[in-house]
Design a protein around this ligand. Structure first.
Ligand code: SAM
Length: 287
């Protein structure tokens, strides 16, 4: 496990993921019944952006200036993005310059938990887990676990609440990661058919296409949409990862109406080269 999220924290992919994550949780909370938030690949929960500019040996180009860095001063934020930027502002550490730090998915989720909700954060990299544990130590309703994220799906579903939002956000560094994601989704849906599952995936350089989506076709998914963001078009050589998406299975009713304009707007604002765009599309429509 070589992946360290520090280098990527606050980049365009984090922006898409965390905008949609907040919108999902807020929409699910329109019902009073409590829910479980399960983060299968939680990371450390809070990132020092000064570290993002330092590689193992050499200085490196931080990614957050082309992500969250482009949003803080905007005055035309769509609703879902406005909630997200407000949350990032709230995460600021007193006395530190703006954007010295950037929160991770456990932090965004924890901010929104109600008294009747709870969260489980799974992380398997020892250093990241130690930091996650330290940050959420004693925070009510949150439970960091040193556990394989795919095992966590089996261990924590179905929850007694019978309602859950599961974020599956792996680093895709292992050769069999796509297969593991598809199996986890299949197992998760078998355990909690009405659960909401959000799966992050990269879009590959050449085709700007996902290798995840063709693989989930065989699952016979319930209503599902994808939110995809590309920051460079087909003919641009950079960046190395030109886009990403979130597959959202069992999305809350009508949430697409809030998320779609936000993703389109992000496509315009976060483009790094001609051809960048954002879109939401249903792959299994609501019946
Ligand atoms: N979800 C986080 C966020 O949005 O702030 C970012 C997570 S990062 C993309 C992926 C994380 O998965 C890394 O912290 C990595 O150490 C962890 N990881 C890698 N393999 C894992 C596994 N099998 N189970 C759980 N965590 C794993």
């Amino acid at each position: 496990m070589n992946y360290r999220h520090h280098f990527h924290a606050g980049n365009f992919a984090d922006v898409l993921k965390h905008v949609v994550l907040g919108a999902l949780l807020r929409a699910l909370q329109s019902k009073p019944k409590g829910l479980l938030y399960l983060d299968t690949h939680a990371g450390r929960g809070f990132y020092d952006l000064t570290v993002a500019a330092t590689g193992d040996r050499l200085a490196r180009q931080p990614e957050w200036p082309d992500g969250i860095g482009r949003l803080m001063e905007r005055t035309d934020l769509p609703e879902a993005v406005a909630y997200y930027v407000a949350a990032v502002r709230e995460s600021a550490v007193a006395g530190a310059p703006a954007l010295s730090f950037y929160p991770g998915s456990p932090w965004f989720a924890q901010q929104l938990l109600r008294a009747q909700d709870r969260a489980v954060f799974a992380e398997l990299q020892p250093g990241e887990y130690a930091e996650l544990l330290r940050r959420f130590d004693g925070i009510a309703r949150t439970r960091p676990v040193f556990q394989d994220g795919y095992e966590a799906v089996r261990a924590h579903l179905p929850p007694p609440e019978r309602r859950a939002l599961v974020l599956i956000d792996p680093p895709y560094e292992a050769g069999n990661e796509l297969a593991a994601v598809v199996t986890a989704l299949e197992e998760g849906l078998a355990r909690l058919p009405g659960g909401t599952f959000a799966v992050w995936y990269p879009l590959t350089t050449r085709a700007r296409a996902s290798s995840l989506l063709p693989r989930v076709e065989r699952l016979g998914l319930p209503p599902t949409w994808v939110a995809e963001l590309t920051v460079a078009g087909e003919n641009s050589p950079s960046p190395r990862m030109p886009g990403c998406g979130l597959l959202v299975v069992n999305p809350p009713w009508h949430l697409d109406r809030e998320v779609a304009p936000a993703v389109t707007w992000l496509g315009d604002v976060l483009a790094q080269a001609p051809g960048g765009r954002g879109e939401l599309r249903w792959i299994v429509p609501e019946r």
